[in-house]
Design a protein around this ligand. Sequence first.
Ligand code: MN
Length: 256
Amino acid sequence: MHGIIVARAAASAAANRTVVARESTSMSHVIAAAPGAIVPVAGGGTFPVRRIYCVGRNYVEHAKEMGFTGREPPFFFMKPADAVLPVAEGEVGRMPYPGLTKDLHHEVELVAAIGTGGKAIAAADAMGHVWGYAVGLDMTRRDLQGEAKKLGRPWEIGKSFDRSAPIGPIRRAAECKVGADTRIVLEVNGAVRQQSTIGKLIWSIAEIIEHLSAAWELQPGDLIFTGTPEGVAAVGRGDLLKAEVAGVGSLQVTLV
Ligand code: MN
């Protein structure tokens, strides 16, 4: 009994120290702290974003159109959390056409939102870590990415620019019906540019989480852009992009 009380007192002291440390840190900020990135949740509330992980070449036909064949191990890149461009249900987001590029591409993707963190998560346990899903766009300055690839340089200039991750509302996993036949579609100005089904993912969401959590400890708030199907192409100012994952949601963005 005494041991429990001592342990509680120690825990409470530790908790107090944490609070004090946090306060004194915020007191000593020399500039305003950046606001945290958030994404609206379908039906209310917000999802705070910690990191954005993206999977490269995760549909066979897209891998082919990018000049690759066969099943390679999944690989990952990141976008900064504040690259999200959240778009509420029924609204049309406005994405500024980014600088430096003459070849801005759309990549429609299913996004998995992590609610429970962990490292070295087995695929069999992975789906319990997913809080919900959204439809997102991994917007890409393809010309800059291509140059970086050719020179063996990092991809950030092509992938991780400001507002490069438009995303619709996150819907609770229990409310989504994401299966092999779930359709993923992108229309530009009413014409279909990309369409596939989630079953065509080379690496499933569970397998992605297994690989990703072997490399990084996942935390609540992490978003995973799971890869794009074939049909990626350029868009320009004035174009209206409509992305949809059936049973998850839709997302409309216009380039300004
Ligand atoms: Mn992508």
